[in-house]
Design a protein around this ligand. Structure first.
Ligand code: NAP
Length: 179
């Protein structure tokens, strides 16, 4: 296992995810960056090059069954111990719920909630064993109230907030923090 501190950031090829990557690189973390598309991840890695940290890129679709487990296995294969997990990947849709494609709404639940839960479980267990770790689950102000015409998205973020607060309490004496 590497002795450097490693941060794993999901949805790291754009938006907030790239900003997290820049911040962790500035703080000297080696990085595991993941998203579906490799070209945009490679572009982010180029923009991080001046930080002189190691950057590992893993392409995975976390909305698909088994995606989180495949990502976990890929990290293990590289011999990396994740110190900080940033569950950032997520998306929303807008419109009348009954008129939105059902498949996309289910993908949203899978990405925003199920993959976040699975990665928290898989990496959280390792962190607890090491008595050190950080999990940052990206929710939204949408977590605090229902959102008509974005009903699924708001509900997923309510899940993220509730789950994270519950897990944070469970792990309060473990050396692992959850936010
Ligand atoms: N932007 C805001 O104003 C805002 C406000 C509150 C909360 N948030 C939350 O912050 C997080 C990031 O939002 P953002 O606006 O920065 O997102 P974004 O710019 O749309 O970027 C999304 C990232 O997630 C990846 N991604 C999307 N679908 C994926 C999938 N199925 N599997 C794996 N990776 C996937 C994307 O790369 P690929 O497309 O290549 O997979 C990309 O790297 C989300 O959880 C969002 O709900 C955002």
């Amino acid at each position: 296992m590497s002795s450097s501190r490693v941060a794993l950031i999901t949805g790291a090829s754009a938006g907030l995810g790239e900003q997290f990557a820049q911040l962790f690189a500035r703080d000297g973390f080696d990085l595991i960056l993941t998203a579906r598309g490799l070209p945009r991840l490679e572009a982010v890695a180029q923009r991080l090059a001046h930080h002189k940290v190691k950057v590992h890129l893993i392409s995975e679709d976390l909305s698909q069954p088994g995606g989180a487990r495949r990502l976990f296995a890929a990290v293990q294969e590289r011999g990396l111990a994740v110190h900080t997990l940033v569950n950032n990947a997520g998306f929303g849709s807008f419109g009348d719920f009954l008129d939105l494609p059902l498949e996309k709404e289910v993908e949203m639940l899978n990405l925003n909630c199920v993959a976040l839960l699975e990665l928290s479980h898989l990496f959280g267990a390792q962190m607890r064993a090491h008595k050190e770790g950080r999990i940052l689950n990206v929710a939204s102000t949408a977590a605090f109230q229902p959102g008509p015409y974005m009903a699924t998205y708001y509900a997923t973020k309510a899940f993220v907030l509730s789950f994270s607060e519950g897990l944070a309490h469970e792990l309060r004496d473990s050396g692992v923090t959850v936010r």
